[in-house]
Structure formats: structure tokens, C-alpha cells
Write a protein of this length. Sequence first.
Lengths: 148, 189, 594
Amino acid sequence: MQEDYINITLADDDEDDRLFFTDAFDEIKITTRVKTFNDGVYLMDYLNSKDATLPNVLFLDLNMPRKSGLECLKEIKQNPKFKDIAIAIYSTSASEEDIENTFVQGANIYIKKPSDFKTLKKVLSEVVTINWQYHTNSMNKDNFLLRF
Amino acid sequence: MTLFFKFDFNAICQIVLEQTLKDNDIKYKLVGFGEIEVLEKLTSDKQATLQAALDKYQIEIVENQKSILVQKIKDTIIDMVFNEDTVVNVKSSVYLADTLGHSYGYLSNLFSEVTYTSIENFIILQKIEYAKQLVIKQDLSLTEIAFRLNYSSVAHLSTQFKNTTGITPSAFQRIIAKRKAFNQDNNQD
Amino acid sequence: MIKTLSNNISFLRTTLYISAFVILVVGALTYRSITEVTKSSELITHTYKVNVELEQILSNLKDAETGQRGYIITKDSVFLEPYISGRSKINNSFAELKVLTKDDTILKESLIKVNSLINKRLLAFQTSYRSLPKGDIEDPNFIENFRNGRALMDSIRDNIKGIIKLQNNLLKQRRSEYESDLMATPLLLFSLLLCSLILMYVAYNSIYKNIKRLKATNEELEIFKESTNQSEIVSKHGSWTYNVKRDEFTYSDNLYRLLGEQPQSFKPTIENFLTYVHPDDVEKLTMQVEQMKENIELPYIYYRVVHKNGNIKHLKAYGKSVVNEDDETVLLGTTADITDEIISFRILEERNAELERNNKELSSFNYVASHDLQEPLRKIQTFLSRLIDEEEGKLSAKGNKYIDRIQNAATRMRLLIDDLLQFSRSNKADKVFEESNINLLLEAAKQDLAEVISAENAVITSDTFPTITVIPFQIQQLFVNLIGNAIKYRMEGKIPKINITHQIVEAENEDNIIKPKYSHYHKITFTDNGIGFDNQYADQIFVLFSRLHNKDQYSGTGIGLSICKKIVENHKGYITASGQPEKGAVFTVYLPIA
């Protein structure tokens, strides 16, 4: 019924955050495969390559050099090839308006980076689980909005 | 003009399934809730062909007994939440145990083991999912939605909605409306 | 003033006409009475002359008679001399009388009668003295003749006397008429002249008064003119008039000065004026002047002029048409030198821009600072949490305590940064006002606070709100902060109750509204039953970072209410607080009804 692991991808220019992210998934009991990119350009280059494994959930930091998370979001939403990817914005903080705006532009999940490792693990685990529910139960992804 | 649809996944799946089985010349007997008794011995080749035919509907053949039961639990819950005709007067745990013929403890453990989530969470997830559909349609007030979904109050629904999605119902409604407008604008360009 | 003057003028005119009429009447009357008098005296003279001639005739006849008697007695022909000369004298007198009486038919007839009697008498003389030498006086013919002569003589005398008597009567009558004329004329003349004099006096009086008033008015006008001149100089404006029909301009002294010229130093024409106008504005101004001539109206126009010394001045002109006494349309215009205003406006604009820049820098600094500070803080906290999770058992008790303290400090810093960030967001420039359903915003705020509301069993009651034009996110934030505040500062052991009311009020009836810019406001009050506060801190609680409670008791940062204040100020509204310790607090928000 399911694949062996869940594909997770993160684009974040901050080394520490990438570390927290991968460490967190290492400690979560769900079997995942985590790929990280240092900025939006690297990410999009990979996603657009032929042999790319498309992630189940893509985490995007908003503030990245060269190509921001929002730009990546727009590109991904314009390409039908990526329509099955759940997009999670993974950012330090933003105003209510900014958060709503990312949702309006097609993000499914908005995560304000937690300041506690336990919370981070919990959040990431929930994101994956709920996404999994949507995926396995053929739920309407248009209504998939999640905020932490 | 926007049209809203209400559909019964079970019925749709049933039709698709029966059609595919017929197309593949497989004799079957409906048992219900995604369970079909095949009245002949399936070769692995024939089963692969059937699976391939069902792939486009994202329907999978589940052989594992545990998975079958989990799927039954899910189907029961979805039916319980979404189907207005299914009126449940007892606790959902009792209803599940009665309907599926297993103790709730057994079902609960099994469910968590296979799905990474609990039955309770799954019920909430489905209820909120239904609430989302109703919120988007905009023809029911939040109070009416809370009533229909068996919540004791609007506050209770709002709280659970927010806890589950991180967003308030009104924000959800607003975002979906704006997204529709946004997508329309983009399509026009 | 003008009306009384014109009334006076018509009065004077009437007086003049009346006086002239009176004088004419007096003249005419005088002329008539003089003519009358002359005529009367002529008639009297005439009557006398007639009488004299008649007397003359009578005396001549008497002389002739006396001569005849003497001749009869003496037969000396010398005595006949008076008779012969008498005859021609009588004839002369008659000729004279004929001329005198040619208009008087009665007299003429009487005279003709007398004349024939005289002729008969004279014939009787002749007959008597001719018969005398042949006979003597005893001759009966003679005696008879003589007697006849005698009777004739008497009849002549009677006739003449009658005429004279008639003439005397006439004379008497004429004299009395003449005398009454002489008496009546001066009286009439005198009274008329008196009237005229009175009228003239009244007229004079009126003229005198008018002149006095005119003089006073003139003086006032003079002062006014001078003060206008002064005020034109001080306020840097000039005035002008334009007579549409005659196409003529007049310029006030100061208008010349506005052009950097001496008063009335050139002819006030549009052509001359345009030579001072800045080349870039000539076309615009010419066009507007043409329009002014057509429309008889001049809206505000702005242009520049260049003084001979090269100074550039900004002028603003405005004109309004009036109709003068001669029924001609005249445009009254004012031109003001607004160079100073424009300069100060520019300075103000620059300062404003600078202020805005500073404000923007400050708020973006605040935003960047709080936003960027979050990141390292978050990492500190995350590493700290991992440190605790993984290494807790390996640290000494002291080490664990320190880590605990570090965590507390970091949490506090997180709170501060979050609030500061929110504060800076409430300060952001891009504010989109939308007509919003406030009930939905309140509902959304309650949803935001659902967790804490249900945790504390808080009871929130509220009125139904109308739609108000607001920045929706901010008003929702305001509700969240105020309701959150009320729940945070609840009374121990009491269910927090918050009542939110709405009311439309008039600004002037609200003491809390100072210098209102709008007449009506939405008044939204939040009343709670929390711990309240001492009213003396009512203003202080809105100041950034100000706190009334120890941070160990309540985890506030002193920013929440500042955010509320900022939000309300963004809406050009007011927020006030009042409290009673242990009883509760009331927060009142006023949002303007634009």
C-alpha cells in the first residue's frame, strides 16, 4: 500500500536550521528520506531536473538569497508536474498578512520555526502524519491548510 | 458560476471497482466497505493486471488482514462523519466496536500501529475536514455547522478547528476565498 | 449711508425746483404789478389831460362870451379878439381830445355832443354881434339871440361839467385800484420770498449736514484706504479692477510693489503686466486672462513673476465680478505674493519627508532588529533545549540551575521580541482600510484566544456591531490584546467576565475625546471584572514598556497596550482606560465615523 519511506525536502540557507531539521527527522519514528538545499536556486534546479525524486512534503524557508521561498512557491504552483507536492513554509516569523498571503498563493502548511527542539520534532512529525492522511485517504488537498 | 458537489466516496469506489472487476472477467461477491470476495483463484499475473487497472484510481488491493481492518475502521469513521444518513447516538468507540465486531482497545492499537495516528485523531481530522467543506460552502453558519457535527458549542468547534489546523474557521474561509480569486486572476493572465 | 445721501440729493433737487419756481412766480408777479401800476398812472394822467382840455374849452368859451359882451357894450371890435382866437383854441382842444379819447366811445359821443353845442353857441355869437350894428341891444332879435346863446352856454357848461365829473369818478376808481395794487403786491412778494428763504435755509442746512457727513466719510475712507494700503503691504497682496466693457484695468499701489516697481509707475494694462510674468507662466496666465474676460470670473490662478533684479516671486490671483453704478461689469481682483508660503510649504514638505524617512527607518530598524534578533535567539533556545534533553543528567546541579536561568532569560527575550515585532507591524505604512464586519473580527479574535478563553472559562458578552471602515487585521489584534489583557489580569478565584458594548456618540459629549477631527465616533467599551488598577496610572499603561505589575507575577512586556494605542491612532481614534483596584478595568476605544 505505501512506499517504504516518505520523501522530505528542505530549502534553507541557514546551516543550523538545516541541522535541526535533519536531526529532528532522524529522531522521528516515521521513516523518511530528507534532502536539503542551501537556497531556492539549488532547489528549483534539482526539482526541474529529469531524474528528480519529487518530495511528498517540501519545506521552504522564506528568506533565502538568490531565490526566496515565495518565488519557489510561485514556480512550483505554476508547474502541474509538482501538483502533488505539499508545500510547507518554514520561516522565522511573519505577520498575519504574510502568512495568509502564502496560503493564498498555494502553500499548505505554515510553520513558524519553533525555538524548542522537542516542539520542532512534534511539529514536523504532525506535518508528515497529516500529509500522510491526506495522501492515503484521498482527502481534498485543496482544503489542506495547516499552521504551527 | 461555482458548483459544489457532495459525493459518496464509497459509492464511487464501489462503482469503479465493480466495473474494473467486470472488465477483467473476475467473478466476485460484494461484502461491503471495500471488501470483495473473489470467487475464483487469482493468479499473480491476473492480480497484477487488476492492480494496474486500479492504479489510475489510486485504489490498491490490500491483502494484509490488519490493513483491511484499518481500512474498515477508516471507512466506518468517514461514513459516520460525512454521511448525514448515518446517525450515531452512541460514543464513536462503541459504534466502531459494534460495527466492526472487535473490541475498541484492539481497534485503537491496531489503528495507531498502522497509521501513525490514533482513531480519536482520525475522527477529529475527518470532522474538521467535513467542517472545512461546510465552511467553504458558506450556506451554514458556524453555529449550524457545530450543531451538525455534534459539537457542544461554536467555541468547541472553533477550538478544535484551530487546534487541528492552526487556523481559525473564519481565517480558513477567508484564505480559501482569496485563493480562488487569486487563482482566477492568475488563470486570466 | 449711500441711501441717505441719495435721499438728501433728491430732497435738495426738489428744494431747488421749488425755489426756482417761487422766484419765477415772484418775478412774474412783480412784472405784472409794475405793469399794472404803470397802466394805472397812465390812465390817471390821461383823465387829467382830458379834464384839463375840457376846462380849457370851457374857459375859452367864457373868454369868447366875455369878449362878445364887451363888444356889445362898446361896439369895439377889439373885444371880439378872444372870440376869434377862442374859436381856433377850442378847435385845437377838440383835436387834442379826439386823440385822447379815441378808445373811449362814450366820452367821444359826449364830446361830439359838446362840440355841436359849442358850434351852435359860436354861431349864436356870430348872429348876435352881426345883428347888433344894425339894431341895438333892445332889438328883440338880439335879445332872443342873446338869450339862446345864454341857454346854450349853460347847457355846454353842464355837459362839460358832467363829463368832468364822470372823468373824476373814473379817476377816483382807478386811483383806488392802483392803491390797492400797490398795497397787495409787496405783501405777496414778501411772503413768497420768505418761503423761498426758508426753503433755501433748509436746503443749506441739509447740504451742510451732508457735506459734514461726506467729509467724515471721506476721512474714514481715507483712513480705510491708508490701512488697506498698509495691509496690502504687510500681507503682501495687491488689488486690481478690470472693467469688462471698457477693457480697462486699475492696479493698486502694492500690486506694483509686488512686481518690484514703484506705485503707478506704468500704465495698468495686461500687456505691461505680462512683461513681468515668468516666461514659463506667460502662456498659462494669458489663457486664463482670456477666459476671465469671457467668463467674467477668475478662479484661483498661480503664476510667477520676475522682478527686474531677477527675484522670482510666486503670486496667486483671484477675481470676482460685481456690477458698478453705471451698470458695467467690473472684476475685482486680488493678487497675493505667496512666495513665503510656498517656501515654508516646501520646507515643511522637506521636513515631513525627512520625518517620514526617519519614521520609516525607525520602524524598519525596529522590524529588522526584532525580526533578525529572533533567529539567533531561536537557535540559542533550540540548542539549549537540546542541551537539556541530551545532557541534563551529565551536568552538575549548579550547571542545571544556570541552564534553567538562561532558559528563563531567553523566554523573556522571546516575549519582548515578539511583542516589539508586533508593535512595529502595527506601525507599518501600508494600511489598507476596508469596510469590515466588526462582529466577524471579534469572533476571529475570540477564536484566536479560544484556548485561553476555554481554559479560564471566560465569559465574553458583546453588542452587535455595525460595519466600520477599519484595518481588519489591526482591529482583530486590538480585540485580541484587550480581551487577552482582561483574561490575563483576572481576579484570582473569579470567572473572568468581559462585556463589550458599542454606541455611536457625538464627539463634543465625550470628555475623553480631545480635539476631535470628526463629529461622531463609534464608542467601544471593554469592561472586565479583573484586578483593575489605580486610576492614576490610566495614561501610563499605554506607554511602551510601562508595566504596573512585577514581571514575576504577570508575564507582560508592557507592549500590548502600546500596540492597542498605536492601532487606535492608526484609525485616528482614541483609547482610554480607567480602573478600580480589585474591581476591574474599563477600556474605551473611539473610532471615527468618517
